[in-house]
Design a protein around this ligand. Structure first.
Ligand code: FES
Length: 129
């Protein structure tokens, strides 16, 4: 599960740094009891890359400079993944709405939104899945 690398900043679900996907849905893991996750699929940032290849959203975050301190990055990327799974061709407004549960103190969100939009329209089409 790789939970050791899931950031846990506040424990009140406020910042989204601890976002994981629980059965494909973005949740703030700090506010989910472990018993609720039992028997369910939990995806952390460590599980997103496949066979040593970064997920297109991860690539886009690097390419667009959407990472500064990086504290919010795993949660942002997983929230973006959940968004693109249900809306593979989002508008900028859709992306901003999809990331409302994740706070970033560094970037001003512009590069993050650009990265998610780029991942959604990347060479392989949608960055979903
Ligand atoms: S990059 Fe620092 S909190 Fe987002």
């Amino acid at each position: 599960m790789g939970a050791a690398w899931v950031h846990n900043l506040r424990e009140d679900g406020f910042c989204g740094a601890c976002t994981v996907l629980l059965d494909g849905k973005a949740v703030h893991s700090c506010s989910v009891l472990a018993v609720r996750a039992a028997g369910h699929q939990v995806l952390t940032i460590e599980g997103l890359a496949q066979n040593g290849k970064l997920h297109p959203i991860q690539d886009a975050f690097i390419q667009y400079g959407a990472i500064q301190c990086g504290y919010c990055t795993p949660g942002m990327i997983l929230a973006a993944r959940a968004l693109l799974d249900v809306n593979p061709h989002p508008t900028e407004q859709d992306v901003r709405w999809g990331l409302t549960g994740n706070l970033c103190r560094c970037t001003g969100y512009v590069k993050i939104v650009e990265a998610v939009l780029a991942a959604a329209s990347g060479p392989s089409g949608s960055a979903a899945s």
